[in-house]
Design a protein around this ligand. Sequence first.
Ligand SMILES: [Zn+2]
Length: 506
Amino acid sequence: MVKQAKSQTTPSTKAPNRSPTIQPSNPQNADLGVAIEHPELLTPGMILQLQATHGNQFVQRMLKNSRPPIQREDDESADVAAQALVQHESQSAEATVQPLIQREGDETEEKTLSERINEALDGWGADVNQIMEMTQTASAAEKQTVLNDTTLMSRLSGELNRGQMLQLLGNLNALLRLRLTAAMDGWGADVQTIISLTRNASDEEKQAVLDDSSLISRLSSELSRESMVRVLTNINAPLSQRITVALNGWGEDFQGILDITAGATAAEKREVATDQTLMTRLIDDLSDEQMQQVSANLGIQNAAVFTNSTDTGNEYTSLATLFPNGLTIAKDVKFIEEGTFGEGGFDALNGRLIAAVTSYLSNKFKVKITPGTGGEANDADGDYPIEVKVNNDSSANYPMHMHGGLSGRSAVNESEGNIYELGQASQASIDDITLAHESAHMVLGASDEYANASVSGRVVSDDNSLLGNYYTQGVDEAEIKARHFQFLVQLVSTWYPDRNVSIKQV
Ligand SMILES: [Zn+2]
């Protein structure tokens, strides 16, 4: 009888969350049948009925199995149901409930899905069809219970082949990461399945895979470069990550790089075009002709990695990228947490350095390109405001040690930087102007301009320069100067040899 009620009322192939047919305030017999399949939908009233008809043990087991540890949308109902059970137990003596469904003593009905699967696995050879059917028609709660049963899951993966295991995980609505892992277990990887699983997953699942670095690295080691690029594209990986994979290994996947860059959004293109580490690799690994095609896809007019030396002999390398509407100088920095920061203090200090670069160095000057003497105008002519930026990049070559809770003399050299959160001994906190000053060395390769007897030939300035002695000349008046961008004249002239190039105030 119960079996009949179930088969008539259970939307067996539908997930319960998609079409909840239960009206908790009005439990009908039919609803009760559905609820046996989907215990997470049980109302307290239904539980009373089930206890009367099926016995308390059955109901307890069903409720226990209806509470998977990961259950996002139905957290409430199982709790309500469990609470109702507790309440009912305490007053069961006086509870009088009319049986609504007659039972016929069908013992198999009380077996959980896990028990039934174990039975299908017992004996000579597993009854695969039966397992598939059971798992397909089970409730979401039952499926989760099976997924959480590690003993059963490992028994299943021992008995089923990979294709069967993947089908089973699909039936159980297993997380994408589990299904991807199954597709890689055994000999070789099931590439087609991995590509189709990642293509069809929800955005949430895609992000979960993207955030799982060990899964990503296993995928990288199992898949060909081309397949890995496809998978990363499927799961909406950042453009830089996809290009990096296309560059890895023997030679590079140039067509892949063209496809990736052509299909990107404007914001993604801009991010790649000002990513020092990635652009350096692209420039190094691709031929000039290939780089021109990639640059065109990225909306870049020209790009170059440049190195400037200070009068103390330190060499600093950054990236210059010319866009139709401006020129960006970018440096990737790997911030390293040292000392002891307060809550959020490390990120805050990194953010302060990045912001100081923007406010002191960005959009103060522009590169002006004009026709040479007597020359014709062309597309390159125009004004290009100079943006200067520091990228917080954990894979960057340049380490910047950020010392939390410590005083000290902040300084940079070509190998590393050291910034002290509390500033010098006389201060309570490092000044923004010092963060900008040190960054001017690190990003532009600008020399100091204050007197230092040990540096021969030092040009000492007295014009409120950010690189001069601003403590005597005035902190508020200090600013970056046109001379600190003069190197761009030489660089841009290599791109446009027949043009006049100059640095002007914005
Ligand atoms: Zn300095």
